[in-house]
Ligand binder design. Structure first.
Ligand code: THG
Length: 371
């Protein structure tokens, strides 16, 4: 069987051993780090996050910290969404663009102090980018990757687990995208009500990687009465929920508006950010642009390992970037990156799915909302 080599070059999460012991059956590589993707029971894991509670090692969602007198200026310059009015203790989903206006990451920005930020990043090397922008611009700010490892507790019963660990006050007072430092018997972390599902829950940003196993065990113990088990960010749930997976759903030429993140891009505001002018120019004539759309997929679907080409009347129109079965809809669905002219609900394409031919039909739900 073909496998991945667990060598020292690709980093390990502080929860790595715990996830192997828990029975992780597959990993991906994300931010140069192994991240579990399944424990061998995709439908069971889907049901657990939808109806119970699941524990995810998402330490590969690395933090890029920006600190110093100009930290907020740098944070704003690299973000397409306004951040300067974000309060300390709050977080905001904030896409990042390169100078061509293309999406290069879609992190959650956490404001820890007036001039101290974490960008909780998707899979691309933002620490170099932030250092480069800060250095070239002569900003008095330092960018680095601190010892921070997120562990997500997700699902409708997540609050019960948080209550058992931290008490009722925290559960009741922690709003969506609010965060605060907490200490669990000497295990330091920041807790944030966030996570890559729409089933509720929190993320524990562990700030001492020597305590990974201890934290994992404490959460498992507190969650046992609620049926907690190890899981991972779930492809079926996140596609049904309209959450973007950067670099899976997007190609290097995708801008945040095409990717369905237009609501998180402040083009009309008075602040400047890297890529703003390019983004305005790209959308001067919207008909020339693409859009990421939900599609249904009919036909015998193989496992999607590559983007699949979509054709209309024999002409190439775009790609199906991601595909999965939707238990909720009882059919296969995908995300296609196609020209705006082909993005109307009901439009169909022939999809070459690694040799199998599927029919994709654009759905009437906008990507970013739940199916
Ligand atoms: N948690 C943490 N870091 C992350 C992710 C995460 N980094 C990578 C990746 N996920 C970033 N992607 C997303 C996508 C959507 C959301 C969070 C991270 C999300 N969006 C809210 C929504 O769509 O409802 C909007 C929030 C807002 O209004 O600002 O939650 O999961 N630590």
């Amino acid at each position: 069987m073909t496998g991945l080599v667990f060598g020292p070059r690709v980093r390990k999460s502080p929860f790595f051993d715990a996830t192997v012991t828990a029975g992780a059956t597959s990993f991906t590589i994300y931010n140069h780090m192994f991240m579990p993707t399944s424990y061998g029971d995709p439908i069971g894991e889907y049901e657990r996050v939808k109806t119970g509670v699941s524990l995810w090692d998402v330490a590969a969602e690395r933090q890029v910290e920006i600190v110093g007198p100009d930290a907020t200026a740098v944070a704003q310059l690299v973000s397409a969404r306004r951040l300067t009015d974000l309060r300390v203790g709050r977080a905001r989903y904030a896409p990042m663009c390169d100078y061509d206006g293309c999406l290069i990451n879609d992190p959650i920005a956490l404001r820890l102090e007036e001039n101290r930020w974490w960008f909780s990043i998707a899979d691309s090397d933002m620490v170099h980018w932030v250092k480069g922008i800060a250095g070239a611009g002569g900003f008095d700010a330092h960018g680095f990757e601190p010892d921070v490892s997120p562990l997500a507790i997700q699902g409708p019963k997540a609050d019960e687990v948080i209550r058992a660990l931290f008490g009722n006050e925290l559960v009741e007072s922690l709003g969506f995208f609010h965060h605060r430092p907490v200490d669990l018997d000497g295990i330091p972390m920041v807790i944030c009500r966030s996570g890559w599902s729409r089933q509720g829950g929190v993320e524990l940003f562990l700030t001492d990687s020597t305590k990974g196993q201890t934290l994992w065990d404490r959460v498992m113990e507190a969650g046992a009465p609620f049926g907690i088990a190890a899981g991972a960010p779930h492809q079926m749930e996140r596609i049904e929920s309209g959450l973007l997976s950067y670099a899976s759903d997007t190609d290097p030429d995708t801008d945040p508006i095409e990717a369905g993140l237009g609501a998180y891009v402040n083009l009309d505001d008075d602040f400047d950010f890297v890529g703003k002018q390019a983004l305005i120019a790209r959308h001067a004539d919207p008909s020339t642009r693409r859009r990421l759309v939900n599609v249904t997929l009919d036909g015998e679907m193989p496992r999607p390992e590559h983007p699949w080409e979509a054709h209309s009347g024999g002409v190439f129109v775009g790609q199906v970037r991601t595909a999965t079965h939707s238990p909720k809809l009882g059919r296969n669905v995908g995300l296609a990156l196609v020209p705006v002219a082909c993005a109307e609900a009901g439009t169909t394409f022939a999809v070459d799915a690694d040799g199998a031919t599927l029919t994709a039909t654009v759905m009437d739900t906008r990507f970013g909302t739940s199916l």
